[in-house]
Design a protein around this ligand. Structure first.
Ligand SMILES: Nc1ncnc2c1ncn2[C@@H]1O[C@H](COP(=O)(O)OP(=O)(O)OP(=O)(O)O)[C@@H](O)[C@H]1O
Length: 272
C-alpha cells in the first residue's frame, strides 16, 4: 500500500512509523509508536535502557525476533513493509542497518573485500573494475585510505573503529534511502566515537538516518530532532536544541541531566 504524501513537496517520507506495537511472547513491549523521518533528515530515537529503541529499530529493519506480533504500520519511502523481512521488500524500500557490535555484524572468516562485494553485486550489479573502483571509493568515504590492505584483511585484523567504518561502508554500499544505526558508537572509545559520529554525519548527507542512542549528547552532535521513548511509548518529539533547553517530559529531563553529567541516564522513577 502506498501512503499519502507527507511533505509539502508531495514526496513520501523516508520512514513513517505509525501506531507501531510489538509484543513478544504475549507481552506488549512497544505501544503505538509514531515517528517520521523525512528525505535527508537525521533523527535520533532516544531513551533509557529497555525503553524499546532496539525493538522499534528491528521493526523498521525487518529483523524482529521470530514470533513477535506487530501492529500498526511501517512505511519506507511510501511502501508498506510492516512485518516484512528484508528479502521480501522491494529495492525502493531498502533499509541499511549499522549495529552496535561490528565484530558480530561481519563474518570473521571472510575478507572485507569479499563482504563488501556482496551488496555491490546483489543490489547494484557491479562486476570487475567497476566493483573494484566502488569498493575503494566506499572505503575512502569512510576514511579507510589503505584500501588494498583493508580489502584483504579479515575483520579480526582490523581495530574496532576500523571494523565499524567497514560496517558503515557496507550500509552505504546498497544505496538504501534510509540508514538505521542502532547504538553504533557504544563499543568504541571516546575519540573513535567522535570520529564515527562525524563520519555518519558526512556519509548520510544525502540519506535519511534514524540514529538509536541512549545518549542525548551523541544525538545532539549528529541529529536535528529526537524522538524520546519511555517504556515503549513516545513521550516527546522535538528539535534537539528544544529538548536540551526546555524538556517537556520528566524522562527527557533525565536524559538531559545525564548528557550534561556525561553519565548514563537513570530511568525516571528509579529510587537510587
Ligand atoms: N527478544 C525479546 N524477548 C523478550 N523481551 C524482549 C526481547 N527483546 C527485547 N525485549 C524486552 O523489550 C523491552 C525493550 O527492549 P529494547 O531492546 O527494545 O530496549 P532498548 O531501549 O533498545 O534498550 P538498550 O538501550 O538496553 O538496548 C525490554 O524490556 C526488553 O527486556
Amino acid at each position: 500500500m502506498i501512503v499519502a504524501p507527507a511533505s509539502s513537496q508531495g514526496r513520501s517520507p523516508a520512514l513513517l512509523v505509525d501506531g507501531l506495537t510489538v509484543a513478544v511472547s504475549g507481552r506488549r513491549l512497544v505501544h503505538g509508536v509514531r515517528l517520521e523521518v523525512a528525505g535527508t533528515e537525521r533523527v535520533a530515537l532516544i531513551g533509557a535502557s529497555g525503553s524499546g529503541k532496539s525493538l522499534t529499530a528491528a521493526a523498521v529493519l525487518g529483523t524482529l525476533p521470530a514470533g513477535a506480533e506487530v501492529g500498526g504500520s511501517v512505511h519506507v519511502a511510501g511502501v508498506d513493509v510492516t512485518g516484512r523481512a528484508p528479502a521480501r521488500r522491494p529495492p525502493a524500500a531498502r533499509v541499511a542497518g549499522v549495529g552496535q557490535d561490528p565484530a558480530a555484524a561481519l563474518n570473521p572468516l571472510v575478507a572485507v573485500g569479499a563482504q563488501l562485494a556482496l551488496p555491490l553485486r546483489a543490489h547494484r550489479g557491479l562486476r570487475g573494475a567497476a566493483l573494484d573502483r566502488e569498493r575503494a571509493g566506499l572505503l575512502a568515504t569512510v576514511g579507510l585510505t589503505d584500501s588494498r590492505r583493508v580489502l584483504a584483511s579479515t575483520p579480526g585484523e582490523l581495530s574496532g573503529g576500523q571494523r565499524q567504518r567497514v560496517c558503515i561502508a557496507l550500509a552505504l554500499a546498497s544505496r538504501a534511502g534510509l540508514v538505521v544505526a542502532d547504538e553504533p558508537t557504544t563499543a568504541l572509545d571516546l575519540v573513535t566515537q567522535a570520529q564515527v559520529v562525524a563520519l555518519l554525519r558526512e556519509a548520510t548527507r544525502d540519506t535519511a538516518l534514524l540514529f538509536i542512542t541512549h545518549d542525548l549528547a551523541v544525538a545532539a552532535a549528529l541529529c536535528d530532532r529526537a524522538v524520546v521513548l519511555h517504556e515503549g511509548t513516545v513521550v516527546e518529539d522535538a528539535p534537539i536544541t528544544r529538548l536540551l533547553s526546555d524538556p517537556q517530559h520528566e524522562q527527557t529531563a533525565a536524559l538531559v541531566r545525564a548528557a550534561r553529567a556525561g553519565a548514563l541516564p537513570t530511568p525516571v522513577g528509579a529510587t537510587s
